[in-house]
Ligand binder design. Structure first.
Ligand code: ZN
Length: 200
C-alpha cells in the first residue's frame, strides 16, 4: 500500500501538472472513442499498449476478456457495454486477449477448477472450440467473445447502423506485439457474407 501512496504522490507532483489542461477538460467531458475489453491480467495495460491518454479508452477488464452473451438481468459487463455503445457512442470495440492467459491455460490444460466455482462458472462463456493449444484457444476465445458481444442489443443496433467497428487483438507479452484476430463473418457487417448480427 505504501508503494501505491508513493505512486500517487509522484503522479500529483511529476505527472499531473503536465496534464492539468487535459484533466480540466475531462472534468466535464467523457467522450472515449473506443471500448477496450481485455483480460484482468496485470500484464495487459490497455492505455500503455495503445499509447492513449486518459479519457480515450472506456475499459472493461474481466477474467479471460470474456463478455457473456446478452441475457436479461443485472450484469456489470452488459451494463458497461450498453453505456459505452448507446450513451457514449464509441465507434470502435476492441476485444484483446493475451499470451500466457491463466484463464485460457486452465481451460486448455483441463485444470481442476473445483475450488474456484466462480471462475469455472465464468469460463463456461468461453464457448470456443476446445483445444489443448493455449495460443490457439486465446485466439479462438477472442473471436467467440466478439460473437458474444454482437448479441448485446446496443451493439447489434450500432453494427446494423454501421456506426461501430469490432476488432479482435492478441497482445504478446514477451515481445509487445499485437496481432489481429478476424471478426467472425456473421458479426462483421463489412463482410460480404454478413447477416443480421443478432444471434443466440
Ligand atoms: Zn488473461
Amino acid at each position: 500500500m505504501h508503494d501505491l501512496s508513493e505512486g500517487v504522490a509522484r503522479f500529483q507532483r511529476d505527472v499531473f501538472p503536465g496534464k492539468a489542461d487535459l484533466f480540466a477538460r475531462l472534468a466535464t467531458t467523457h467522450r472515449p472513442g473506443t471500448l477496450f475489453i481485455s483480460c484482468s491480467d496485470a500484464r495487459v495495460v490497455p492505455e500503455l499498449i495503445t499509447q492513449r491518454e486518459p479519457g480515450e479508452l472506456f475499459v472493461i477488464r474481466t477474467a479471460g476478456n470474456v463478455v457473456p452473451p446478452y441475457a436479461p438481468g443485472a450484469d456489470g459487463v452488459a451494463a458497461s457495454v450498453e453505456y459505452a455503445v448507446a450513451v457514449l457512442g464509441v465507434g470502435d470495440v476492441v476485444v484483446c486477449g493475451h499470451s500466457g492467459c491463466g484463464a485460457m491455460t486452465a481451460l486448455a490444460e483441463g485444470h481442476d477448477l473445483g475450488a474456484l466455482p466462480a471462475v469455472a462458472d465464468w469460463l463456461r462463456h468461453v464457448d470456443a472450440v476446445p483445444t489443448r493449444d493455449v495460443a490457439a484457444l486465446v485466439r479462438a476465445n477472442v473471436a467467440a467473445q466478439l460473437a458474444n458481444l454482437a448479441t448485446h442489443p446496443a451493439v447489434a443496433r450500432a453494427l446494423a447502423a454501421r456506426t461501430l467497428t469490432l476488432r479482435g487483438w492478441v497482445f504478446d507479452i514477451p515481445t509487445g506485439s499485437v496481432t489481429d484476430v478476424d471478426v467472425p463473418t456473421d458479426v462483421d457487417v463489412s463482410s460480404p457474407v454478413a447477416r443480421t448480427p443478432v444471434h443466440q
